[in-house]
Design a protein around this ligand. Structure first.
Ligand code: CA
Length: 419
């Protein structure tokens, strides 16, 4: 093959690489797959080296020294696994009861109770300093890394450089890569020891670099904010983050509650927030023996599995947990694990485990039908967030069916019949 042809093929491969993930994926898997295209892989590596040079001015503008940049980025190659995980979109999402059941396991509750005793003094000091309930801090530790059991083995610089280089999270990757370089420049950790998840979440409580820069704490006083190896630093960092994101001392995240028989469905959701005392007047009661307190706290009702599942009254502290991870299932699991560690029992009302949930394809169909009704303006990716749920609630209210915002087969059929 003539040299010019080689070059043309390499350029074509690079161009494809930069415009679409399919090519990236093909190029990445090439060295491993028998009969793959080694030329495409070489082009990928060449493009990555180019990226490393092109990214330097951005790092320099952010105040990173050439020495830190060279040390962190030298020898770094793109990680094929990172982009594979990024693109993984399961057809079926996990139902909330399965998610909570797995994460708030008996073993995790028992371990949490053990650590509550073992770290009593530390947790007391953290609670005193930041005002965040120690059980919630423990629960986040348990949820994020099983109390430090798995903190991630990926090199954070490599993972973030890969994300910054290609794929649909390039902007995130670039921002976090700059953040990681800043951490390295501050000398809190060496590039070799800066480990984390494929998405760049690091240490005992899985901070991404920008969160680290804004909120990490040196609680053991050794001069370094070491969330990778120091439990005091990691837990204080978590408490500090929750406090800065609005955690209010002496208040719960929320309660499992029972709704009265006759209930006005317009009262579901944050738009209907009011004081705990007013909810009590409307007939809302704690489902378990645990009583209401902080009656002046603002709270709102959520029904994460619809009207056939348990209901919860949640406060602004629940929102602080959502700042950690914006999934209702996550925040509820944290709150529940915290309660269980503190000695409470399981949820009282059963989950609707027989409910047939929708596949991704069906969820996309649902979003398109809601859009046609003029109720939904988000993306058609089958991802169920607040926009979709709100659209569903508005649809239910207009159709005169109980507006619990829950998405199941019944709802899909209802919309299909309308067409
Ligand atoms: Ca420290």
């Amino acid at each position: 093959m003539k040299a010019t042809n080689m070059k043309a093929i390499a350029i074509a491969a690079v161009a494809g690489f930069l415009t679409g993930f399919a090519t990236v994926s093909a190029a990445f898997s090439a060295p491993a797959a028998a009969g793959g295209n080694p030329l495409a892989w070489l082009a990928t590596k060449a493009a990555f080296e180019q990226f490393r040079e092109d990214f330097w001015p951005e790092a320099r503008r952010a105040g990173i020294s050439r020495r830190v940049y060279a040390r962190a980025m030298s020898g770094v190659t793109p990680d094929p696994d990172v982009l594979k995980r990024l693109e993984r979109q399961p057809e079926f999402s996990t139902p909330i009861w399965t998610y909570i059941g797995k994460r708030v396991s008996d073993i995790r509750i028992a371990k949490g109770r053990e650590l509550l005793k073992q770290h009593a003094r530390l947790l007391g000091a953290i609670e005193h300093r930041y005002g965040v309930d120690r059980h919630v801090v423990l629960a986040i530790w348990g949820m994020e890394t099983n109390y430090g059991g798995y903190t991630g083995k990926d090199g954070v610089v490599r993972a973030l450089a890969t994300l910054a280089f290609s794929g649909r999270k390039r902007k995130y990757g670039r921002t976090q890569l700059i953040g990681a370089l800043k951490i390295l420049q501050a000398g809190d950790i060496t590039p070799e020891r800066m480990k984390g998840s494929w998405a760049g979440a690091m240490g005992h409580t899985q901070f991404i670099p920008t969160t680290y820069l804004a909120y990490a704490q040196d609680f053991d006083g050794d001069g370094r904010r070491d969330i990778w190896n120091s439990v005091p630093d990691a837990l204080a960092s978590t408490a500090n983050y929750l406090a800065k994101r609005g955690w209010k001392p002496g208040r719960p995240w929320g309660w499992e509650v029972r709704l009265p028989k006759r209930f006005d469905w317009r009262l579901i959701g944050r738009a209907a927030a009011r004081s705990v005392a007013r909810w009590e007047k409307l007939g809302i009661r704690p489902a378990a023996a645990r009583r209401f307190y902080a009656r002046d706290a603002r709270a709102w009702l959520i029904l994460p599995a619809g009207r056939k599942g348990p209901a919860f009254l949640v406060t602004d502290n629940f929102r602080a947990i959502l700042a950690y991870n914006s999934s209702t299932a996550y925040a509820l699991a944290v709150g529940h694990l915290a309660d269980r560690i503190a000695g409470a029992g399981p949820f009282v009302q059963p989950w609707p485990v027989r409910e047939r949930l929708l596949s991704r394809t069906e969820r996309i169909e649902l979003q398109k039908m809601l859009a046609r009704e003029g109720l939904y303006r988000g993306a058609f990716r089958g991802h169920i967030g607040p926009k979709t749920r709100e659209a569903v609630r508005r649809y239910q209210l207009s159709a005169g069916i109980p507006a619990d915002g829950f998405i199941n087969r019944e709802l899909l059929e209802h919309l299909r019949r309308k067409r």
